[in-house]
Design a protein around this ligand. Structure first.
Ligand code: ARG
Length: 587
């Protein structure tokens, strides 16, 4: 279906043309002064320069002919040359009924669907999943879902940190604790044990101990680095131990991400890029992209227009170990080979911005990607505590994700406990859904690059700009619709022209759904979609307080309202799903 704003644009363009002006000046936009009009055309201002006339003269001329058109209720030319537009309720209502019947509420799928890889999550093996990874998972999941909704073929990859120094630290720490294990016996020739030599709890204890030691003890650090390099070279015992680390850690991660409703298509990691590294480095060397600097192999990525220093990217350390940049470059080669994507989106802490700038530049310079491939870095800010510092546990440690989820769920549960609609056996599941919405909406409603303060009481409040408020609105609508169904049976029919301003405002907001979804995806800013559903919820709640829907005596009016409600909740639920949230049955 053709977007309403495009329909209006075509009509206004035709009128510009009929008066001898170029049609490019007929573009219609949503009004930025909704108090004055619904839509506006500012083309007369630009046309004035070309046609050497006063803008208001052109605006008046165009407004005069537009008045003949059926669809407009009110057209006014205002100084210095704006054309203010209001459309007839009938025209608006027809469009809203089309949206109501449309599977995607007027959203059209991309004309040229793209293959897109979204690199998000980014958890590190052997380290507990913490709040730092929360943002990547939440934002990335939403970007993936919206991309799919718009018809793109989106592949989500968790890109685990499974090949770096932390693995060397874990290996050496396991050796310190259990030197007798066969993984450390150079002469061992048998089969390595199938069972892991640690549980997830032990593993989570091993890493912090190892990391603490390595920080204070140079020798321990040297050993960890050596183990990392040897693992990367394929030392048999280390590879076997590393596989145990991966297995134990990944099953725990899968549980954690599932609890967040975050689903990855690919569970790949830095290590999957390893098979590509040797050839890649040979290619870089053969084509003279590399040089040696302080013993390390590097590639310059500076550009003439740089205003800030741009260090070269390190491809290989003197001990032969590969680095973060090496695996990222090799992963690009792997992704191009496997998916040939048009776009790769990285959802990572914005403090890694320089790293990705180096990686993208290097990939382009060395031509391991074609010019058409687009890299996008979605860098996000830090989640802070109320003290303005990165969010920590009360003891000052790193907050684990699962603990954070249970804290927020507990907070929501307290609010639900004195609610007589909810029975004791339902409360847990509802608290889970509502708690997740508090967490996710609290995050997504901010511009991704911004740091924000994790304020549990604010996020889990049922009032204000929060996830629970939006869910509550959806649940309220559903409950009205269920009651109406009991009384009327199937009431699906047409929505009638608005009987009040708030109904009209709601309809005008629905017109924007498609453009909001598109701009959210274009700018990778789910906060736009959050703003939109907050606005819809506010409008609906105003409508609800101004009218008695279920006891309305005019049957036709009542049925029309119920259909408007059905459209409202359909759009809310769709948008919530795009943001990775569910709606509970009750609240
Ligand atoms: N594991 C990394 C970290 O914890 C994030 C990975 C991001 N993705 C990437 N392709 N480098 O910071």
């Amino acid at each position: 279906m053709k977007n309403l704003v495009i329909q209006l644009t075509e009509l206004v363009q035709a009128n510009f043309e009929s008066l001898g002006y170029d049609k490019e000046y007929g573009k219609v936009e949503i009004s930025n002064r909704p108090d004055l009009c619904q839509y506006q055309c500012n083309g007369a201002l630009k046309a004035a320069k070309v046609y050497k006339k006063a803008p208001i003269a052109i605006a008046n001329e165009v407004a005069e002919v537009l008045k003949q058109e059926e669809v407009f209720a009110d057209i006014t030319a205002v100084a210095p040359g704006f054309i203010n537009i209001n459309i007839k309720d009938g025209f608006l209502t027809n469009y809203i009924n089309d949206i109501y019947k449309d599977e995607k509420f007027g959203c059209t799928v991309a004309e040229k669907p793209m293959t897109i890889v979204v690199d998000y999550g980014g958890a590190n093996i052997a380290k507990p999943l913490h709040v730092g990874h929360l943002r990547s998972a939440i934002i990335g999941e939403s970007i993936k879902r919206i991309g799919r909704y718009l018809g793109h073929s989106v592949v989500g990859d968790v890109h685990l940190g499974d090949w770096g120094l932390q693995i060397g630290m874990v290996i050496t720490e396991v050796q310190r604790r259990h030197p007798e294990l066969p993984y450390f016996d150079e002469n061992f020739t048998g089969e390595y044990p199938e069972a892991a030599p640690f549980t997830i709890d032990e593993l989570e204890d091993i890493y912090p101990a190892a990391s603490k030691l390595a920080k204070s003890d140079e020798e321990a650090m040297a050993l960890a680095k050596k183990a990392t390099a040897e693992l990367q070279e394929g030392k048999k015992g280390y590879i076997a131990l590393w596989k145990h680390i991966i297995n134990v850690s990944v099953s725990d991660l899968k549980r954690n991400y599932a609890a967040l409703n975050v689903e990855f298509d690919l569970w790949k990691g830095e290590s999957d890029a390893n098979p590509y590294i040797e050839d890649m480095i040979k290619y870089f060397n053969d084509n003279n992209y590399t040089h040696v600097s302080e013993g390390a192999l590097v590639i310059e990525v500076e550009e003439e227009t740089d205003k800030k220093p741009m260090p070269p990217i390190i491809i290989q350390k003197s001990d032969g170990a590969s680095l973060y940049g090496t695996t990222d470059l090799a992963t690009i080669i792997e992704r191009v080979r496997d998916y040939n994507p048009k776009e790769i989106i990285y959802v990572v802490d914005k403090r890694q911005g320089l790293h990705f700038e180096q990686v993208f530049r290097c990939a382009r310079k060395t031509k391991i990607v074609c010019d058409e491939l687009n890299f996008e870095f979605v860098g996000f800010g830090t989640m802070n505590g109320k003290d303005g510092k990165p969010f920590k546990t009360r003891e000052g440690g790193v907050m684990r994700l699962q603990d954070l989820i249970s804290i927020i769920k507990g907070n929501v549960k307290e609010r639900l406990n004195d609610n007589d609609r909810i029975s004791a056996d339902e409360v847990d599941e509802i608290a889970r859904i509502v708690g997740l919405s508090a967490l996710k909406y609290g995050d997504l409603s901010n511009i991704p690059t911004k740091d924000y303060i994790f304020d549990i009481d604010k996020f889990s409040s049922f009032e204000g700009n929060t996830g629970p408020y939006i869910l509550y609105t959806a649940v309220r609508i559903k409950s009205i619709l269920n009651k109406a169904k009991e009384e009327l049976g199937d009431f699906a029919s047409e929505i009638k022209v608005p009987a009040s301003d708030v109904e009209r405002d709601l309809m005008l907001a629905f017109v924007r759904f498609s453009s909001v979804v598109e701009s959210t995806f274009k700018d990778k800013s789910p906060n736009r979609l959050c703003e939109f559903i907050y606005e819809i919820s506010n409008l609906f709640n105003r409508f609800y307080h101004e009218n008695r829907i279920l006891t309305e005596e005019d049957k036709e009016k009542k049925v029309s309202w119920l259909n408007l409600l059905a459209l409202t909740v359909n759009i809310l639920e769709t948008a919530l799903d795009l943001l990775g949230m569910e709606v509970p049955e009750k609240m």
